[in-house]
Design a protein. Structure first.
Length: 260
């Protein structure tokens, strides 16, 4: 299927690895020019090289910086130019017990997983409206739908983003803009590997055995891949998905057990 977005321009945040990278790759394969960001320049350049190889003819720009800072956002927006597609993403907050978190922990989580995406939406949405086309996808978490107790910072901050997006998406729908949240369940990225290595105690075969064991708990019998996550993200950015907005799209191999 041709997604009808060839030649469009995307900013994909936090995209040197994992779900952001998968999204940038899938968009580039659809002929979308991508600007990708991450803090670590070396991994970011390696990611850009892989995308260029997979999608010849597409412009791939890189911006090394922290997207949760004003400077990082300004640099990313300036490099990307006229943005038709925005994919919001950043690292998730750490797990823990809410009794150990003070105001600073909450502000950090809100900055990364609620305020940063809202400010980036604010920076692009009126320009998208003027051009009568825009696609915004927020990478969040299945923990918004089914909260994970140790991820209280994530549950709280991301729920705030979802609430805001639910309202805004209806305000801009008539301007050809869709805003949707893409909620990953468990995808085998570096982040998931890190959370499964039990504080670095599991390595090599022991880690792989733990990953295989945990994967059987997902109804699909496996963890998702960054590539398949990216392909769903690209679909949400397609012309075919023009009538789909304000939705929370769960991508979890059947893990969420409810009917709705
Ligand atoms: P990942 O494999 O660790 O990749 C994270 C990417 O984001 C890297 O490119 C990283 O590069 C970049 N990044 C992190 N913080 C950044 C910042 N402040 N500014 C710019 N770039 C930043 O993680 P992932 O699994 O793809 O997770 C992506 C998001 O999905 C996270 O918020 C995570 O909590 C959420 N999520 C993931 C899963 C899963 O199963 N994987 C499930 C639910 C939710 P640098 O470190 O170099 O900046």
């Amino acid at each position: 299927m041709d997604f009808g977005i060839k030649g469009r321009n995307a900013l994909v945040c936090a995209a040197s690895k994992g779900l952001g990278y998968g999204s940038a790759l899938a968009l580039a394969k659809e002929g979308v020019h991508v600007t990708i960001t991450a803090r670590g320049a070396e991994t970011l350049e390696a990611a850009a090289k892989k995308i260029r190889e997979a999608a010849p003819g597409v412009n791939v720009k890189t911006v090394a910086g922290d997207i949760t800072t004003a400077e990082g956002r300004e640099q990313a927006l300036a490099a990307a130019g006229e943005i038709d597609i925005l994919v919001n993403n950043a690292g998730g907050p750490p797990p823990g017990d809410f009794r150990d978190w003070d105001r600073e922990h909450w502000i950090k989580a809100l900055d990364a997983n609620m305020i940063t995406p809202i400010l980036l939406v604010k920076a692009v949405v009126d320009k998208m409206a003027a051009r009568k086309f825009g696609r915004i996808v927020n990478i969040t978490s299945s923990s918004v739908k089914a909260p994970i107790p140790v991820l209280g910072l994530s549950n709280g901050a991301r729920s705030g983003l979802h609430g805001f997006i639910a309202g805004l998406s209806r305000q801009v729908a008539k301007d050809g803009i869709t805003i949707n949240n893409l909620l990953p369940g468990r995808f085998l990225t570096d982040r998931l590997r890190t959370t499964m290595n039990k504080g670095g105690t599991l390595q090599g075969e022991a880690l792989e055995a733990e990953i295989a064991k945990q994967a059987t708990t997902v109804p699909a019998g496996r963890f998702g891949t960054a590539e398949e996550f990216g392909q769903v993200c690209a679909f949400l950015c397609s012309v075919q998905a023009a009538y789909m907005t304000g939705q929370n799209v769960l991508l979890d191999g059947g893990n969420y057990p409810g009917s709705f």
